[in-house]
Design a protein around this ligand. Structure first.
Ligand SMILES: C[C@H](O)[C@H](O)[C@@H](O)C(=O)CO
Ligand SMILES: [Mn+2]
Length: 467
């Protein structure tokens, strides 16, 4: 049985009727869907650039390090700025809502053999000009830019350490990197006219029980102080600090722990960044947001999906993603919570992975915006019986029809799968000209040969044709 190419093929009148009916249903719960749609279209989600190339970047092309890992051997990863920009544009066209671009310093575009004052261009001396093409790209696509110094995948990461290193040469190198990134962040803000969030995350830690926990944290603190000592425009660059619980190979001790980061942020007057993969599996970031908002002017988030660890799976429209979004909306904090995505899956088509995660985040935001405020009143009246009944009832409402209306207004297709399949066939599969386009974990598994060629037609035998 052919399943209709879902909602894109359902008549426009039918969709309009369904939206009108759904609107009435929500109205009966005290929710104005028009207000929700209007608010959602203005929320800027910062789209991470690193799903497109498995976090490889363009500068050192070192294997991914820092206790994070991309797994999977799907071919066609973007290998250069042109391909990555091409892919980002494709994803943007498939995701509704306003976006920013989130870049890492490792995506600097440096000329072959380029030097500055006789030294090769490296992370400690990169300049705004190495991101000029990204600025042009952002302007062409009406995007602001957020930024991240890259403290991993580089030969100056010594024994897994960067800003906390006891080796002064190593520590200095990374302090200089942080300073260069502040300058580049201000350049982004000036060029795009939108504030730039600059997020600092370091992988530093120890695999086994350390003999000194204080020393590395003291050096990290000193390094951050040094980076932030250079003048920068605090109305244009919002510096964030991202904590973590542990990484692969760094299981016993993480320098930038939650307590370190929360205290540093509070003292320095910068912004905390919470990645929902960076806590123990039973801890929920959705439960932390309200506390953070009470004590911080701004809060930054990395939305991901941790499966047993910080696995960075593609975001689903799951309970925790919805709950995170509800907490932001309930606190009326859409203007002071900075939402970014952070996941990387190399086991499936990367355009689809990127798009699916971003769309699910948009969906979760819409879902949150459609929550009736009367639920709070039930809690305050201690009417927990009705609260539970209502919370379950809301799951039955015609949310899908409101989502369809949002896609229509944003000019985005519902059936992005077919578009991804077409793009794989017409664009991605043409990238097969070297082994490079296969991820670092390339094997002969899954019917792919050494060229990375995959039978695109077979792969995308439409899911809509399932018997
Ligand atoms: C590539 C990202 O910056 C990185 O994933 C970081 O944000 C993180 O979450 C590390 O676990
Ligand atoms: Mn993160």
């Amino acid at each position: 049985m052919e399943i209709a190419r879902n909602n894109d093929e359902i008549g426009k009148c039918d969709k309009a009727r369904r939206y009108a009916e759904a609107r009435e249903v929500y109205r009966s719960f005290g929710v104005d869907t028009e207000v929700a749609l209007e608010k959602l279209s203005k929320v800027e989600v910062s789209m991470h650039c690193w799903q497109g190339d498995d976090v490889v970047g363009f500068d050192s092309k070192e294997a991914l390090s820092g206790g994070i890992q991309t797994t999977g051997n799907y071919p066609y990863r973007a290998r250069n700025p042109k391909e990555l920009m091409e892919d980002i544009k494709k994803v943007i066209s498939l995701v509704p809502g306003a976006k920013k671009l989130n870049l890492h310093a490792s995506y600097a575009i440096i000329e072959e053999g380029e030097t500055i004052n006789g030294r090769k261009v490296d992370r400690d001396n990169i300049l705004p000009k190495h991101f000029k093409k990204w600025v042009d790209f952002a302007k062409e696509n009406d995007l602001g830019i957020d930024f991240n110094p890259t403290f991993f995948s580089h030969p100056m990461v010594k024994d897994g350490l960067t800003l906390s290193s006891p080796d002064e040469e190593v520590r200095r190198f990374w302090v200089e990197h942080g300073k260069r990134c502040l300058e580049i962040s201000e350049y982004f803000a000036n060029e795009t006219g939108k504030p730039c969030l600059m997020n600092i995350w370091i992988p530093d830690g120890y695999k086994d029980i350390p003999a000194d926990r204080l020393g590395p944290r003291a050096r990290f603190k000193q390094s951050l102080d040094e980076i932030l000592s250079i003048p920068y425009d605090k109305t244009k660059v919002f510096v964030c600090l991202e904590s973590k619980v542990f990484g692969i190979g760094v299981e016993s001790y993480t320098v930038g722990s939650a307590e370190f980061c929360m205290n540093y942020v509070a003292n320095a007057g910068i912004t905390p960044l919470m990645d929902n993969g960076h806590y123990h599996p039973t801890e929920l970031v959705s439960d932390k947001i309200s506390s953070m908002l009470l004590f911080n002017k701004r809060l930054a988030l990395h939305i991901t999906r941790p499966v047993r660890w910080d696995s960075d799976h593609v975001i689903l429209f799951d309970d925790e993603t919805r709950e995170i979004c509800k907490e932001i909306v309930r606190a009326d904090a859409l203007d002071r919570v900075f939402i970014a995505t952070d996941y990387f899956d190399a086991s499936i088509n990367r355009i689809s992975a990127w798009t699916t995660g971003l769309r699910n985040l948009e969906k979760a935001l819409l879902y949150a915006l459609l929550e009736p405020s009367s639920l709070k009143e039930l809690q305050n009246k201690s009417d927990f019986t009705k609260l539970m009944v209502m919370q379950e009832k809301l799951k039955e409402l015609p949310f899908g029809d409101i989502w369809q209306e949002y896609l229509r207004r944003e000019g985005v297709v519902d059936d992005y799968y077919s578009e991804v399949a077409r793009y794989e066939k017409e664009v991605l599969s043409k990238r097969v000209d070297s082994f490079e386009n296969v991820s670092a974990n390339e094997t002969k598994e899954n019917g792919r040969d050494k060229s990375g060629m995959v039978a695109a037609d077979e792969t995308f035998i439409s899911a809509y044709d399932i018997e």
